[in-house]
Design a protein around this ligand. Structure first.
Ligand SMILES: CCCCCCCC/C=C\CCCCCCCC(=O)NCC(=O)O
Length: 576
């Protein structure tokens, strides 16, 4: 018996020693890949600096001073060549990167691409509508020849062999992808950092996140390094960064714009997406909602979307919905009953309501039903397998320590989490308890939750129809741009955007104002009834001057109406 026990102990010791050895070798391998990538990035930054200097700085200043419409017109007329535009934005993005650490890699091919476009002009060809426009792309989106690591060191040096559908469409429209931008590890967070490329700063305040997961894009655009970016969104990754960085962003419903996760890199089914029913999809980000609308108008002006992704219905641009002067009935709310926003985030919704009423729209109070339960369902169906794949992908890589601590609760056995939920409830932490009941432990539960999403979608659109409401106005987030670590403690703070991923509504965010001294003072009365509110209060302090956005959302195929309302709003708010 003793020999048997000894053999077991020895076997276990050998197994753990082997595991430790394997992990040490993997860590060394990943650290080597990161070091190699950092060198490659440094070389590309030097390349960018040299490229930018090929255009006289005065000429770059002239081109950089043009807004989106002016640059498009100058490119069409030939006053600006594609090469000049791309080179100018290589320079401007470099300056933005030095301020915010927002760029992951430059796309060297963009210079050759711009030259080829200029050659087409000389040949007298007719020019596509976005001829020569430099565009920035979120790192996780496929651009031929570039990595899409999602912040995973294990995914370095698996370059895409083809463009993602939205990139393909941009190129067909004449645009030139020239740079890729930073993301948080795994994309499932609204901060913006990883061990490969580091942490991206909010250009409005160092030490604050630009949001995520399309945070690099938001920082780059807000810092003037790009006129147009493409991001992706499954819980608010276009809209929360737009709010934090004071820019505009649109997440169309998943049926209008593609996100064929092309698994030609490391990811494959192991990592890429896999959130059925709650589809991630791509969308535009820019300094203004008008630019976002112009891009989607070009995407939807023909059958381009369904040509590049047959799974998308051929739904064209709806000019009537977008018509200037069109008035809508808009439901509004300032709390979703799950996470009360901090004062400034409430105030800008009230201000937006007033502005839109002055514009002739009808604003009526509206409450989204049952948000707390639907956020539990959202988390359950987003993580799908109880968080096993998410945890496995992160733990086998080289995550920043704070990501591991954020994931630690998911390591607790689900039955233990659910038992602890009773304790959390008894302490009055009903929201924490709800989260503790979110991880799925079986396909039986998952089916039930998928069914509840379908029933919820029908219920919400029915209630909107009964109230004769076209769309909804609400906060974009619960706080202004917080410190980098905040989102990893407050995943629950994504409820204002995530609910519209669950509903698969089209939704957009534009900047309405900034956090002011009154908001700071009112923060004293913000609740501290559970750890999440206490943290949201702490993370929102000292935010005077930070941008604040609002969100507008509507059922699928009404994205044009959403953008019309957001443009009516954007045109009537005080400029930053
Ligand atoms: C990575 C560690 C975080 C812990 C995750 C806990 C379980 C996740 C539950 C809710 C988090 C939802 C956050 C959503 C943020 C935005 C995600 C997004 O839109 N990503 C874009 C994309 O995937 O393309």
């Amino acid at each position: 018996m003793l020999v048997f026990v000894g053999a077991i102990i020895l076997g276990l010791w050998a197994w753990f020693a082997y595991q430790r050895q394997q992990r040490a070798e993997r860590v060394a391998h990943l650290k080597g890949k990161i070091a190699q990538r950092k060198n490659e990035q440094a070389e590309l930054l030097e390349w960018a600096r040299a490229e930018a200097e090929k255009i006289p700085s005065q000429r770059r200043k002239e081109i950089g001073a043009m807004d989106f419409n002016q640059l498009i017109a100058a490119l069409q007329s030939g006053d600006v060549t594609s090469l000049e535009a791309v080179t100018t934005y290589i320079g401007l993005s470099l300056a933005a990167h030095e301020k915010t650490n927002c760029v992951t890699m430059y796309i060297k091919e963009s210079v050759k691409h711009a030259r080829a476009l200029d050659g087409r002009r000389k040949s007298g060809e007719s020019l596509p509508p976005l001829f020569g426009l430099p565009v920035s792309i979120k790192e996780s989106i496929g651009v031929t020849g570039t990595d899409k690591t999602w912040g995973y060191a294990g995914s370095i040096h698996f370059p895409s062999t083809r463009d993602a559908p939205t990139v393909e469409m941009l190129k067909q429209l004449g645009a030139v992808p020239f740079v890729k931008t930073n993301v948080p590890l795994s994309l499932l967070s609204y901060t913006c950092g990883n061990e490969i490329y580091g942490w991206t700063e909010n250009p409005h305040k160092k030490g604050r996140t630009p949001g995520g997961s399309t945070g690099g894009e938001a920082a780059l655009i807000a810092a003037g390094g790009s006129l147009l970016g493409i991001g992706s969104d499954v819980g608010g990754s276009i809209r929360m960064p737009a709010h934090y960085a004071g820019i505009a962003g649109v997440k169309p419903s998943s049926m209008r714009l593609s996100l064929l996760r092309i698994d030609d890199g490391y990811h494959g089914p192991k990592r890429g997406g896999g959130y059925p029913l709650i589809e991630a999809n791509e969308g535009p980000m820019a300094a203004s909602m008008e630019t976002c609308a112009e891009i989607l108008k070009q995407f939807w002006a023909s059958s381009l979307v369904s040509d590049v992704d047959p799974y998308k219905p051929p739904v064209g641009w709806n000019a009537a919905q977008f018509e200037e002067g069109r008035k809508y009935r808009i439901g509004y709310y300032t709390t979703d009953g799950w996470f009360d926003p901090t004062p400034g985030c409430v105030r800008v919704v009230e201000e937006a309501r007033h502005i839109l009423q002055m514009q002739g729209h009808t604003l009526v109070p509206f409450s989204l039903p049952d948000v707390p339960e639907m956020i539990r369902v959202y988390v359950a169906t987003l993580t799908v397998d109880g968080g096993v794949s998410l945890m496995g992908s992160i733990e086998e890589d080289l995550p920043p320590a704070i990501f591991l601590s954020a994931l630690r609760p998911l390591r607790v056995p689900i039955l233990v989490q659910r038992s602890m939920a009773y304790v959390a409830s008894a302490l009055g932490y009903w929201r924490v308890a709800k989260f503790m009941r979110s991880m799925t432990k079986s396909s039986v539960e998952l089916r039930r939750d998928y069914a509840s999403i379908q029933l919820y979608r029908a219920r919400v659109v029915e209630e909107m129809r009964k109230a004769n409401i076209d769309m909804l106005l609400c906060p974009a987030q619960v706080m202004p741009a917080p410190p980098h670590e905040a989102p990893l403690h407050l995943s629950a703070g994504c409820s204002y955007t995530a609910i519209y991923n669950l509903l698969d509504f089209g939704a957009g965010v534009c900047r309405v104002g900034t956090w002011n001294a009154q908001d700071e003072a009112k923060l004293e009365c913000y609740p501290t009834s559970d750890p999440w509110y206490t943290m949201a209060k702490k993370f929102s302090k000292d935010s005077v001057g930070l941008p604040l956005g609002v969100q507008v959302a509507a059922p699928p195929f009404k994205e044009e109406a959403v953008m019309r309302v957001l443009i009516d709003l954007e045109r009537n708010v005080p400029k930053a």
